[in-house]
Design a protein around this ligand. Structure first.
Ligand SMILES: Cc1cc2nc3c(=O)[nH]c(=O)nc-3n(C[C@H](O)[C@H](O)[C@H](O)COP(=O)(O)OP(=O)(O)OC[C@H]3O[C@@H](n4cnc5c(N)ncnc54)[C@H](O)[C@@H]3O)c2cc1C
Ligand SMILES: NC(=O)c1ccc[n+]([C@@H]2O[C@H](COP(=O)([O-])OP(=O)(O)OC[C@H]3O[C@@H](n4cnc5c(N)ncnc54)[C@H](O)[C@@H]3O)[C@@H](O)[C@H]2O)c1
Length: 449
């Protein structure tokens, strides 16, 4: 194999060809490094193959349906329904092209690609299936996979990946969990015509979000037909002639046609043989310092696979890690990583979004002020007959925006503007100094301070 330098095959070997690993590969290649990426499954990773992108293709149909419903009697007649097999064809037309397109992009950029399962050897080299590869530095970018419930009949529970590949929509669909994935996929399945149940083992759905806005979202999903069952700890799933029967020892039973587990994700670390190279990790992820360096100084980690409390596991975060690490590995920066305010969105109709200091934290801080604004009757939302639009902003004593939560059909756009303002330490005056296109969600910003 050609040398990255005298001793090793490559300067850097990246384990995992998802958004994080690939962003790093392109950055390092542009800086003149000899770099290789290993991928064992679909090139492109979770986000474009079985995450963000296919999901938002399905959400496009929900948007079209709901917006037509909101306008009933206001200029639109007749109902719209989702044709699941056609929608899935549309989704597959996008996802089927991702792995080959990703691979050919890497090859055109002259980045070495190795297909197979990566696993460390005690001497610090990596085995990719039966090939041994050496590099000066290794970067673990292996992401996460869905957690599995270890219960009686757990093998009958499917995952978000299975849902995003369902060519037929089951008549009755039940989600276990009350986080990002359960909310987003339940909204899609419900809008597409399935009878949808959401089973939560507690009474705190979306616990990192503003709870008033979460209640508004839950009420809207209820009104749309999603059935929430709180404090249900599922202990059995069994196949019967009537369908799948979900039950527990407290007497709960529900018959359904498919069960999707959305109870969190676990780091892909267990088959990497990390103990042999002194890298500390568990199901929450790889332990790193504030330079994304693991407990082995030659090995780094980035993206979803990293254990980083308080930092959401999202595609743009993996990209941020990659840009930071490229700077570290090419010597252009030695500073510790410092994350900006990171927005996060539950993509449904409506969307729920949040960024910066949460309203829960602000409630306990006398130096912060929360302002709640019902925007439902504002022109932006009235025009499209959005049933509920609300924003809650957190302001510091200097009047700067430091946090925000938004519920509306366009909360994903609004939260990006608010993120920009937070990261720029903006006050109401900064907005008054700008002219923004009207009428748009952005032109409302001056009223939320
Ligand atoms: C249903 C769903 C919806 C999502 N929606 C959003 C969203 O709307 N917005 C958002 O920002 N984020 C979303 N996410 C999260 C987003 O997908 C991840 O944050 C992102 O993909 C992380 O990138 P990564 O490169 O760290 O990991 P991944 O994308 O998971 O890539 C890791 C890669 O490593 C490979 N790999 C693992 N082990 C090995 C090994 N031993 N050898 C070789 N290869 C290996 C895997 O096959 C995978 O391709 C969603 C996730 C899911 C599941
Ligand atoms: N829009 C987005 O940005 C987006 C969308 C989907 C996924 N993601 C990423 O994927 C991650 C995983 O999503 P998720 O929804 O699986 O996880 P999550 O952490 O958001 O939610 C997990 C849910 O499962 C529940 N739960 C945990 N253990 C359980 C158990 N044993 N039994 C029953 N319920 C249990 C939790 O209380 C919680 O409600 C997210 O944290 C996020 O990083 C992001």
């Amino acid at each position: 194999m050609n040398g990255g330098n005298d001793m090793s095959d490559y300067d850097q070997l990246i384990l995992g060809g998802g958004p994080g690993g690939l962003a790093l590969a392109y950055e390092l290649k542009a800086a003149g490094k000899k770099v290789a990426v290993v991928e064992e499954n679909l090139w492109g990773g979770t986000c474009p193959n079985r995450g963000c992108d296919p999901k938002k293709i399905l959400v496009a149909a929900v948007e079209a349906k709901r917006h037509a419903e909101y306008m009933q009697g206001e200029g639109i007649d007749g109902t719209t329904s989702i044709n699941w097999p056609d929608l899935m064809r549309n989704k597959f037309a996008y996802t089927d092209a991702i792995p080959s397109g990703t691979l050919s992009g890497l090859q055109q950029a002259h980045i070495e690609t190795l297909t197979g399962h990566a696993r460390f050897n005690a001497d610090g080299s990596v085995n990719v299936d039966d090939q041994t590869v050496t590099a000066e530095q290794m970067i673990i970018a292996t992401g996460q996979r869905p957690a599995r419930l270890n219960i009686d009949g757990g093998e009958l529970i499917q995952t978000s990946t299975d849902f995003l590949n369902m060519r037929e929509l089951p008549k009755r669909l039940t989600f276990i969990g009350g986080g990002y994935i359960a909310f987003e996929l339940a909204d899609i399945a419900n809008a597409a015509g399935a009878e949808v149940h959401m089973l939560l083992h507690n009474d705190r759905p979306l616990k990192a979000f503003d709870q008033e806005l979460v209640s508004d979202l839950v009420n809207q999903l209820w009104a749309d037909g999603v059935k929430f069952e709180l404090n249900v700890d599922v202990t059995h799933v069994a196949k019967t002639d009537e369908g799948l029967v979900i039950s527990n020892d407290d007497g709960f039973t529900l018959t359904t046609n498919a069960v999707i587990g959305a109870t969190g994700r676990i780091a892909n670390v267990d088959t990497l043989n990390l103990a042999a190279v002194g890298v500390q990790a568990d199901a929450k992820g790889v332990v790193v310092n504030d330079h994304l360096q693991t407990t082995n100084p030659r090995i780094y980690a980035l993206g979803d696979v990293v254990a980083k409390p308080g930092v959401p596991k999202l595609t743009p975060v993996a990209g941020f890690d990659a840009r930071y690490l490229a700077g570290q590995l090419t010597g252009t920066t030695t500073a510790p990583i410092a994350y900006p305010a990171i927005p996060t969105v539950i993509f449904g109709v409506p969307r729920l979004a949040t960024v910066g200091i949460s309203t829960a934290a602000a409630t306990d801080d006398a130096k912060l002020r929360i302002k709640t604004i019902d925007m439902t009757h504002w022109y932006t939302y009235n025009r499209i007959h959005d049933p509920k639009a609300k924003v809650k902003v957190v302001l510091n004593q200097a009047g700067e925006l430091v946090g925000a939560s938004v519920l509306s059909s366009v909360a994903d756009e609004m939260i990006n503007y608010l993120t920009f303002l937070i990261n720029r330490h903006a006050t109401a005056q900064a907005l008054n100094d700008m002219v923004l296109a009207y009428p748009t969600p952005a032109s409302d910003l001056g009223y939320v301070f």
